[in-house]
Design a protein around this ligand. Sequence first.
Ligand SMILES: Cc1cc2nc3c(=O)[nH]c(=O)nc-3n(C[C@H](O)[C@H](O)[C@H](O)COP(=O)(O)OP(=O)(O)OC[C@H]3O[C@@H](n4cnc5c(N)ncnc54)[C@H](O)[C@@H]3O)c2cc1C
Length: 468
Amino acid sequence: MAAEFDLVVIGSGPGGYVAAIRASQLGLKVAIVERENLGGICLNWGCIPTKALLKSGEKFESLSHLKEYGLSASGASFDFDAIIQRSRGVAATMNKGVAYLMKKNKIEVIEGSATLEKGAAAPKVVVALKAGGTRAIEAKTVMLAVGARARALPQIGLEADGDKIWAYRDALAPKKLPKTFVVIGSGAIGIEFASFYRALGAEVTVVEAVDRIMPVEDEEVSKAAQKSFEKRGIKFKVGAKVTKVSKDSKGVKVAVEVNGNAETLEAEVCISAVGITANTDGIGLEALGVELDRGHIKTDSHCQTNVKGLYAIGDCAGAPWLAHKASHEGIHAAEHIAAYKTPNVHSPIAGCTYAQPQVASVGITEQGARAEKREVKIGRFPFRVNGKAVAAGEIDGFVKVIFDAQTGALIGAHMIGHEVTEMIQGYVTAITMEATEEDIHGIVYPHPTMSEAMHEAALDAYGRVIHI
Ligand SMILES: Cc1cc2nc3c(=O)[nH]c(=O)nc-3n(C[C@H](O)[C@H](O)[C@H](O)COP(=O)(O)OP(=O)(O)OC[C@H]3O[C@@H](n4cnc5c(N)ncnc54)[C@H](O)[C@@H]3O)c2cc1C
């Protein structure tokens, strides 16, 4: 059978749909298979709807600070269903946007669930169509962009039931607002849900197995984040190993062990945010001999698997489990398939948490640099002495930068505070362009902006800070 398509992409998340568009731009005949919603987890059940919820929470919480700005209003309240509906509406808008982009780029969308079998140039894609029946497709190349789902830990009773134990989908579209939560896991997803539900007045306790929250972040940021969240009333149990999650008529009981002592936390609802499991089971990878590493597909630097004609990108191909990493890999893989000469740019992947306060980071942490025995120069600048932050009443947080002492290269940046997720891109650009302290010191930052703190932190690393 002659190949019907140059490329079939399986999965239409930010990895798959972006790869499909790029491949089509490069002249390939492309199809995309999706079993659920165009846009994947990111647009429908991840990045975007969480930010919509967080924005509602942030706006509501800001009403209790009106006095600080010389304002007052009475009778502030919220309609929980309307908040959820707004978030679902935002997701639906994004989903429609992807459908439009598929049409515009002449990408055939095939609705159904795909499995792989042995094929000619690449594995054959067999789709169990949503409309009924199956469709077998031969393509010159196949790209797996099948993403991941919430991880369950059935051995300790941590399995979402949509009622008392929630995974992210339940937490994004609940039928009612519980008064008390235990959130298990203090990564970005756990912290964002804790931040949102706390903003609406719920009692929230976050349990973290490691001895500090947000363990991938720089230690100083973890510490500052915990302090800020505690000020907002979120409680934390760190160094707490969850041993059992059980349900009764009232809610959930989460048994934890802290320093060898057993404790039980009770709440109406437990949100499980303990990581993800790649969607690599049940699609025929074993029979094809596709190499996996702890459930994730192993790939080379061009996102090729060990099977001829088969690529894998995004969450299903390993960490970091972030939308922009998935899209970046999608573009790179599409360009490799089309034999387009991709410029040799190595951009680091920033991580962002959109809680109040926000946290954003890129590159190495201070403890990571010390573990590698790198000689470093570190600078810090607090927002409390930044004019724009003072004017805006957003003085919590700071910027911390790490330079390689030998070369002067910027190798890490860590920020906590208002809208730092918008600012981190400045440092991503700097690291990508291999900027040194001299380059950054020479940049003119607009005034007044919170980004001036990024300049000052870099100056501070070399004893040149102006405003402290
Ligand atoms: C609550 C939450 C918040 C998040 N917030 C952020 C954030 O702020 N920033 C960020 O960068 N990342 C965030 N993420 C992570 C981000 O959503 C993922 O990294 C991203 O979606 C991965 O993209 P992907 O294309 O690899 O896969 P996905 O987006 O998971 O898409 C995979 C698609 O493949 C489809 N599929 C799977 N198997 C098959 C099959 N056999 N046949 C057909 N279709 C199939 C699925 O239905 C799905 O639509 C968040 C995740 C969650 C859960």
